[in-house]
Design a protein around this ligand. Structure first.
Ligand SMILES: [Zn+2]
Ligand SMILES: [Zn+2]
Length: 222
């Protein structure tokens, strides 16, 4: 699988615009997913253009939570792509012009190797992709708490009989807000803390071997 960060508070490249918010493109087994849409649609489209990503190619749009810095570009994307299926946390209503909108209030398998935590803390869902190395979790802001997000997926993996190969969490990528229970990262191989993460430097100091620097233009392949 491949993750390309389209929108972030910092940029890796002069051509790509940094702005408060988060969005990334995920490619997995030929499926193209847009995760969140940043705060400003014009900036999102410009960054996608400079990353050679065509918004019309997305099969799915996954919205972590309806804070402005995650849904700001949604209408711009929907203007160009009416084909994509939207995956929303259950309390985010009001999308009118879309092919299909799905809502999640509990951990759910969306596709063969793709899962959501469903809405946690009445606010936010996270996306998980099952890979040969383990689960890769993509997080918007992490408002429900990173430990809660991981726990909900692990419990889901244990109770779902068909998911015996669910495996351990291999990596987490995205906004981790004020997350400071750093020992949670002990058993995780890779972490790309970006966007609203308060303790990026601390995580890098504690776990230099796990740390991946994030920003617009960062490409991560697992
Ligand atoms: Zn948020
Ligand atoms: Zn945010």
């Amino acid at each position: 699988m491949k993750i390309t960060i389209n929108y972030d508070n910092v940029s890796e490249n002069d051509l790509l615009i940094a702005d408060w918010g988060f969005s990334c493109s995920i490619e997995n087994n030929g499926r193209k997913i847009l995760f969140d849409t940043g705060g400003n649609g014009r900036i999102l489209l410009e960054n996608l253009n400079n990353l050679n990503i065509d918004p019309r190619d997305y099969d799915d749009i996954f919205i972590s939570h309806p804070d402005f810095d995650h849904i700001g570009g949604l209408s711009n994307i929907l203007n160009l792509n009416q084909r994509a299926v939207i995956h929303n946390p259950v309390s985010f209503r009001g999308i009118k012009y879309a092919n299909e909108v799905k809502y999640y209030n509990e951990p759910t398998q969306i596709y063969e190797n793709i899962f959501t935590t469903g809405e946690l803390g009445k606010r936010e869902q996270s996306l998980a992709i099952r890979t040969d190395k383990g689960l890769v979790i993509i997080i918007g802001c992490g408002h429900p708490g990173i430990a809660n997000i991981i726990r909900s997926l692990e419990e889901f993996g244990r109770i779902a009989d068909s998911l015996t190969s669910f495996g351990k969490v291999y990596a987490i990528v995205g906004g981790l807000h004020g997350f400071s229970e750093f020992n949670v990262l002990e058993n995780i191989e890779k972490v790309c803390p970006t966007h609203c993460t308060k303790y990026i430097d601390k995580i890098r100091q504690l776990y230099p071997g796990k740390f991946i620097k994030g920003g617009v233009g960062t490409v991560i392949e697992f």
